[in-house]
Design a protein around this ligand. Sequence first.
Ligand SMILES: Nc1ncnc2c1ncn2[C@@H]1O[C@H](COP(=O)(O)OP(=O)(O)OP(=O)(O)O)[C@@H](O)[C@H]1O
Ligand SMILES: [Mg+2]
Length: 226
Amino acid sequence: MTALTVNDVTKVYGSGHTAVRALCHADLELSDNEFLALLGPSGSGKTTLLSVIGGLLSPTEGSVTIGDTALTELSKKEQTRFRANRVGFVFQGFNLVPFLTARENLTVMASISDAPRSEIEDRTDQLLEELGLADRHDNLPEELSGGERQRVAIGRALVSDPDLILVDEPTASLDTELGTQVVQLLASEIKSRGKAGIMVTHDLRMVEYTDRTVRILDGELLDGPG
Ligand SMILES: Nc1ncnc2c1ncn2[C@@H]1O[C@H](COP(=O)(O)OP(=O)(O)OP(=O)(O)O)[C@@H](O)[C@H]1O
Ligand SMILES: [Mg+2]
């Protein structure tokens, strides 16, 4: 099954002489169980692409389909609901809620989805354990290290059991060992639960845990490792 289709997507920020073309006729397909690495220099359009795929930004042209839902045809409200249930997003910089504990950052996000409360609670505890955060669950983000915050953000993306997982540099503030663990956890989530995932990374060592690599340069997608 096709998990994701990006069809001829162009994204232009602004207009007139200040317009920036961040994506240029991007095409991409992802099947269920597939974990894709997205590589490219700073400013090449990686975050823009993830944002358009996750429905956080509307493309200027083109369409995004997740499973059999044409995301670009949904209203804003429908997109929000769809995202809460089907897409897990790990942002660059994590975006944790500062006045909620690590555990609450997971459960609050999942409570926007339609998942039953007891399921959310169980899954939260399981994920915190798997992410090595079992003894940090009552701490606020400011009481956590950068790497711990990053793992909370990853747990938050996984807790509502999304079909598509989008991660923007999940290992940027982790050492090699922890980074490897986190990427292996993402890979095993995707494989064992039949999901699809895209991971932006600068770290070539993390690419071996993914199935395929796509490069992006000046908003253009280039398939293959080259
Ligand atoms: N809100 C915005 N308004 C105008 N231009 C933007 C906006 N967001 C991003 N851009 C521009 O679009 C281009 C792509 O940005 P994007 O954030 O997607 O890059 P990136 O590949 O994620 O980079 P990095 O590796 O530094 O995170 C850049 O030229 C950037 O300056
Ligand atoms: Mg970025």
